[in-house]
Design a protein around this ligand. Structure first.
Ligand code: 4AD
Ligand code: MG
Length: 463
């Protein structure tokens, strides 16, 4: 007896094998001939395995005929060729063991379609639906692809800290990590004695592993970090999470153009892998969520991304004749509506915008000679907008120190970061890809909360 997955049992090569299959019932259909068809899924693939349960099974009347969606079962039987539509195999059950029943009166996932909003309330059960099974497999594929891409290219995987004392993006949107007794503090009144806190000073959850990533790039060449990042911004949009996963490569001896080349090659590789390795799931998204998904991806893989300075993008937007909610002029932070106009309507390909106004961007981005812009780059894709943010880093000690002061950061707090510029400084660059934005783009899911197992957003941290 061979224990196999639904995916394996659905292959023609399994025919004739005696197997053990374990999973959850999706549907049961009783035939007039006194036997039943069961559809079983175990998450190994989108499609179900058809089980034929004959009336001669000893527990046919007592158990099999009570099976409903959500029950867990273990079936031993022989894989046979199937005459049915949509499958080449089925399993003729020799025995069927019920592991757990599911009361149809209270089990939330009944046959009828539930809204994605409703399913978010059942994040502990939604992985059992077709949509979340498919999202989970695509997300896994992207994660593997990320590691493969960098590993094959000689990058070292670095684990940067999750607890940190420095604000990489300088935006102040950090969650504080503390062991101080808050009610006691409140009772004692100000000032807060930070020196009594666990680390002897204020500490936070990281918004980005970049600064620590730069340390390793400036010693070992090409590195990447891939882990959870946290942002305490009150953004209740379909593209923001308070906890999300980010992959951040950082490369010594790279300038902005090298950075763009890498980002483009990297995204194309991830998209190509998803199409090749998850064809069934990708076809599902194309059919049920966005009919343009496959076509758009194939086109993107085959075409060059459009590269364009921020200044030119603003000119295009100004001349577009579009009615934007946020009016456009040089110096504004581009909103999602502007980004989407550029990539969806104007160019109809992914766009890499670069050389942004320095007032919009963090201290670490390399200043251009025009005294106005920095060597930033954002990659914009249709539907999602910004998917990657990155830059060439400021490697000149004096300019970097000045930029910190301009942004009211204390250079002494970043002494180790400045040391990288003091001792053997080199040009270097890097970027960050939001994993969820990538999965959102690939699957066509409209809301980012539906591409992470357990979304954390303002006011919501269930499960
Ligand atoms: O543009 P961001 O803020 O860049 C950085 O953090 C740099 N330190 C990265 C680097 O250069 N190493 O974030 C990078 C990407 C965004 O383009 C977006 O895809 C994603 O992270 N992202 C978010 N995803 C979900 N929810 C949020 N709140 C996000 N904020 C950023
Ligand atoms: Mg950004």
């Amino acid at each position: 007896m061979e224990k196999i997955s639904v995916k394996a049992a659905r292959q023609a090569t399994a025919i004739g094998h005696n197997v053990l299959v374990q999973g959850w019932i999706r549907t049961r259909r009783d035939s007039k001939g006194g036997f039943s068809f069961l559809e079983v899924n175990d998450g190994s693939c989108l499609a179900n395995l058809q089980i034929v349960a004959e009336g001669s099974l000893p527990n046919y009347e007592s158990e099999v005929k009570h099976l409903v969606a959500g029950c867990s079962v273990a079936i031993e039987g022989e894989v046979k060729a199937s005459g049915g539509k949509g499958q080449v195999t089925e399993v003729l059950a020799k025995s069927l063991k019920v592991l757990g029943m599911a009361d149809p009166e209270t089990y939330p996932l009944q046959k009828k379609q539930h809204s994605l909003e409703k399913l978010r309330e059942w994040a502990h059960l939604r992985p059992r639906t077709n949509t979340f099974g498919a999202v989970t497999r695509v997300r896994n594929c992207v994660s593997r692809s990320i590691h493969n891409f960098f590993q094959e290219d000689g990058f070292l995987y670095i684990h940067t800290p999750i607890i940190t004392a420095s604000d990489c993006e300088g935006a102040g949107a950090m969650f504080r990590v503390t062991t101080l007794d808050l009610p006691k503090l409140a009772a004692a009144g100000p000032p807060v004695k930070n020196e009594l806190d666990f680390f002897g000073k204020p500490a936070y959850l990281t918004v980005s592993g970049q600064l620590e990533g730069e340390i390793f790039a400036c010693s070992l060449g090409k590195i990447y970090t891939f882990g959870p990042t946290f942002r305490a911004e009150n953004s209740n949009t379909s593209r923001h999470l308070s906890e999300f996963w980010m992959v951040e490569p950082e490369m010594a001896f790279y300038e902005l153009t090298d950075n763009m080349d890498l980002a483009e090659r990297f995204l194309k590789r991830i998209f190509k892998d998803a199409l090749e390795q998850c064809p069934e799931d990708m076809a599902f998204f194309n059919e049920h969520y966005d009919k343009t998904t496959l076509e758009t991806l194939q086109k993107i893989i085959a075409t060059d991304f459009r590269r364009l300075p921020y200044t030119e993008a603003v000119e295009i937007l100004e001349k577009s004749g579009e009615k934007f909610e946020f009016p456009v002029k040089w110096g504004i932070d581009l909103q999602s509506e502007h980004e989407r106009y550029l990539t969806e309507k104007h160019f109809q390909v992914p766009v890499i915008l670069y050389d942004y106004p320095r007032t919009l961007k963090p201290f670490y981005m390399r200043a251009n000679d025009d005294n106005k812009t920095v060597r930033a780059m954002d990659v914009l894709v249709p539907k999602v907008g910004e998917i990657i943010g990155g830059s060439q880093r400021e490697e000149r000690l004096d300019v970097l120190t000045q930029r910190m002061q301009d942004q009211h950061l204390k250079p002494e707090d970043y002494w180790w970061y400045l040391d990288l510029r003091r001792f053997g400084t080199v040009p270097h660059a890097g970027f960050g890809l939001g994993l969820e934005r990538a999965v959102q783009f690939l699957t066509g899911m409209a809301n980012i909360r539906d591409v992470i197992p357990f979304p954390r957003t303002p006011g919501s941290a269930e499960f």
